[in-house]
Ligand binder design. Structure first.
Ligand code: PSV
Ligand code: MN
Length: 395
């Protein structure tokens, strides 16, 4: 008999999907145009609505500004509502304008820095209009060559800019600060790691929290330990889920590294039950978001598969026998403790997830349901094939 509390927790998980995961995207080498790929924010919301109908747990959609900018936000909210979803995190874009060649918030010019600050403040205004509670900030700021800029000055400028932004945050909206150790800066990145992001958030105040993008770490980094550190300091705000094999590959989450994803959820689930109320509240408030850019895979199926992989890792983490684990840890029984985790990880949670989905009123197999729905074929007929960029000409 399945513990109803486990099913209840499986069904409580919410995963936000990104608008940019539904349109044509690819690599700097080539963007392959796919029939039916969403061409506008309205079509992206329609696709996100389909993903939510299939999974039952994806009621919000992250948007990127200016990619998804519209004149009438109220009208866009109505479109979203018509598809059964809401606008989620607002992602400012501080990396695509020509002015940002040397950075945005850390740029040497105060004019460009002000422009970057104003853009994020504009995004806060959008968040207020659409009822979003998250500004999700990633900076491409960095340098390519030693000596290109003064590292400490960059760090100070960045902090000053973020303080101006933070001062504009109303209650109820949090600023999630994302870090990434490389790219597009290949010598230095101004927010390279969780420690720097954490220090910045501490400088800013309680509404600033760290966002962990699973693709933004060097090979072999122990991401679950970073998650544990941030949870214990009550500063973990959210995730951008994706999978990486080599760099920031933006592959389907859990496709190359399902054990890592399980271990991440193991930390989160454990923290939700923590007696320290601050830690438990932080864990329960974590925003789970997908940040993927689908290249050769069909967009809708990739998104549904991603959600399924997240649910699988989460469900397995819920099965960890914590009493047995703590006993083994206290006794110094190294391998028994390790086996407790493996026992949960190796469990087949597909029947459990099927039961949870039945209780949620969705198909027990959302991928099969999508394939049988005719939706993909219909939008391909209706939308045709949008032209896609050609990628990087010199590659
Ligand atoms: C950067 O690699 C990133 O992870 C940031 O979250 C961006 O907002 C997102 O990808 C989309 O470009
Ligand atoms: Mn990201």
């Amino acid at each position: 008999m399945t513990d109803p509390r486990v099913i209840e927790r499986i069904n409580r998980l919410r995963v936000e999907t990104p608008s940019w995961g539904y349109g044509n995207s690819g690599t700097r080498f080539k963007v392959f145009a796919q029939p039916g790929a969403a061409r506008s924010i309205e079509e992206k919301l329609a696709d996100a609505g389909m993903v939510n109908r299939l999974t039952g747990i994806c009621p919000t959609v992250a948007i990127h500004i200016p990619w998804d900018r519209v004149d009438d936000w109220e009208a866009l909210c109505k479109v979203a509502a018509g598809h059964g979803v809401k606008i989620g995190a607002i992602n400012p874009n501080l990396f695509q304008d020509d002015e940002y060649m040397l950075g945005s918030l850390a740029h040497p010019s105060d004019v460009i820095r002000r422009r970057a600050v104003d853009h994020v403040i504009d995004c806060i205004e959008i968040a207020k209009k659409v009822g979003s509670s998250i500004i999700s900030l990633w900076l491409a700021d960095g340098t390519n060559y030693p000596g290109q800029d003064d590292l400490r000055s960059r760090s100070r400028r960045l902090r000053e800019g973020l303080k101006l932004i933070y001062a504009e945050l109303p209650a109820g909206i949090r600023l999630l600060v994302e870090y990434k150790f490389f790219e597009p800066g290949f010598y230095s990145t101004d927010l390279p790691d969780w420690g720097t992001a954490y220090a910045i958030c501490r400088d800013l105040g309680p509404q600033a929290e760290v966002l962990v993008d699973t693709g933004h770490h060097a090979q072999g980094v122990n991401i679950e330990q970073i998650v544990a550190q941030l949870l214990d300091r009550a500063r973990l705000g959210g995730f951008h889920f994706n999978a990486r094999k080599y760099a920031d590959d933006d592959l389907i989450v859990g496709s190359t590294n399902p054990f890592e994803l399980f271990l991440i959820f193991n930390e989160l689930v454990a923290a939700e039950d923590e007696s320290d109320e601050k830690v438990a509240a932080t864990a329960r408030n974590v925003a789970y978001m997908i940040d993927q850019s689908h290249n050769i895979e069909p967009k809708l199926e990739a998104m549904v598969q991603s959600v399924v992989n997240i649910q699988t890792a989460h469900a397995k983490a819920l099965l960890v026998d914590r009493t047995r684990l703590h006993e083994a840890q206290a006794a110094g029984d190294v391998l028994e403790a390790n086996r407790v985790l493996l026992d949960a990880y190796e469990s087949d949670v597909r029947p459990l997830l099927a039961e949870a989905r039945k209780q949620l009123g969705v198909d027990p197999n959302p991928v099969a349901a999508l394939r049988n729905s005719g939706y993909v074929e219909r939008v391909a007929r209706e939308r045709g094939t949008a032209s896609a960029g050609s990628g990087y000409p010199g590659a």
